[in-house]
Design a protein around this ligand. Sequence first.
Ligand SMILES: [Zn+2]
Length: 165
Amino acid sequence: MSKRCILADVMLAKVARWLRLAGIPAMDVPAQGDDAILRHSKRSKAILLTSDVALSLRARKRGITSILVTQHDLDRQLAYVIRSLRLNARTDPAETFCPRCCSPLNRVSPEFAARRGIPDAIASRYDGFYYCRRCGKLYWQGTHWISIRKRLARVARLAARNSAL
Ligand SMILES: [Zn+2]
């Protein structure tokens, strides 16, 4: 399991977001333009995810680990990245990262959620609340989480399959 930071180019921002939901720290590249992206990846020793063939080749020439993602379907893109980097995708939100800013999430009580402005109807209905200390965003395990877990389970099955992605 890689401990290095994963950086996704702008075309793969959605992949990065889903990797975070799967407990894998992945960020969007905080730079624009290929040269800046390469400099940043090199400096932070990050793994670069890109769907740009030319950029991927340039990265490899500079000794940057780069995964070229050519799939168009999000499930397949995720499965390919997870398999290529031998990542360990998780579905427990206690082990995942904030999809917005990539910080670890902390489990909090419904009372805490209510104090943060979550309506009582929601605070009393759910008990799995997760809070991001860095950006202040609050998540809870409502119907949205169920569909997230379903997708992650589907991706895990795809990644485990032997056929080419
Ligand atoms: Zn956050």
